[in-house]
Design a protein around this ligand. Structure first.
Ligand SMILES: [Mg+2]
Length: 238
């Protein structure tokens, strides 16, 4: 089967963004007068819940008996967090994970389509693309499926199904790139093959469903990958 497109998760896959998200949450909590602090071990647990608003709600449901914030309050807090995240990236910059830039460049040169399927929202994807490429996400990716567009977030396959529909391609014509268990489950449920590069926060998760598990994308043989030969796409590093 000819490969036609690559579909990328964003957080943890394109870049190690998760700790920036954690910092943005904490800054926004303080600014809103909440004495909440998400340390690294807690955030690792909270990341099992995909979507920022859903993560705040899960935290409140777990640690508070009363309805501390209604859905409007959670949404407002999450908007403030997203603006904080964008400011952090604009100020500090962001680097792609090893091999990501090379893969995207090679895929584009080979005529493959590029897509994003993420639970993070579009402004966050734009912030990453502006930091790395000085261009909005729509200039880098042919298709973007992001945030609340999907009725059910990962591990549901919805966001991948939306990306496939917009690409006009069958799952067999695409390969997904993920860093986490929830992402792998979502991609597999959409019928995709998945390359997994565990990230700082997802290392150690059960990603047994992955078609290829590698430390980072520098370990990929792009020529094999672009021919759809995933099993032989591990670069010879001798
Ligand atoms: Mg991820």
């Amino acid at each position: 089967m000819t490969l036609s497109a690559l579909i990328f998760d964003v957080d943890g896959t394109l870049a190690e963004t998760e700790d920036l998200h954690r910092r943005a949450f904490n800054i926004s909590f303080t600014a809103a007068g909440h004495e909440w602090f998400w340390d690294v071990p807690l955030y690792r647990e909270l990341l099992k819940v995909t979507g920022g608003k859903e993560r705040i709600r899960a935290f409140l449901d777990c640690f508070f008996n009363t309805t501390t914030l209604d859905s409007d309050g959670v949404a407002a807090l999450h908007r403030a967090k997203s603006r904080t995240y964008e400011r952090i990236i604009a100020r500090e910059g962001l680097q792609l994970r090893p091999g990501v830039m090379a893969l995207i460049d090679a895929a584009r040169s080979s005529g493959l389509k590029l897509a994003v399927a993420t639970t993070t929202n579009l402004p966050n994807v734009d912030a990453l693309c502006q930091s790395v490429w000085r261009q909005p996400a729509s200039e880098i990716f042919d298709v973007i499926a992001a945030g609340d567009e999907a009725p059910h977030k990962k591990p549901a396959p919805d966001v991948y199904n939306i990306a496939l529909e917009r690409l006009g391609l069958a799952p067999s014509e695409c390969i997904a790139f993920e860093d986490s268990r929830n992402g792998v489950i979502a991609a597999k449920a959409a019928g995709l093959r998945v390359v997994v590069t565990p990230s700082q926060y997802s290392t150690g998760e059960d990603v047994a469903q992955a078609d290829l598990l590698i430390d980072d994308l520098t370990k990929l043989d792009f020529e094999h990958l672009f021919r759809g030969q995933l099993k032989s796409a591990t670069a010879d590093l001798e």
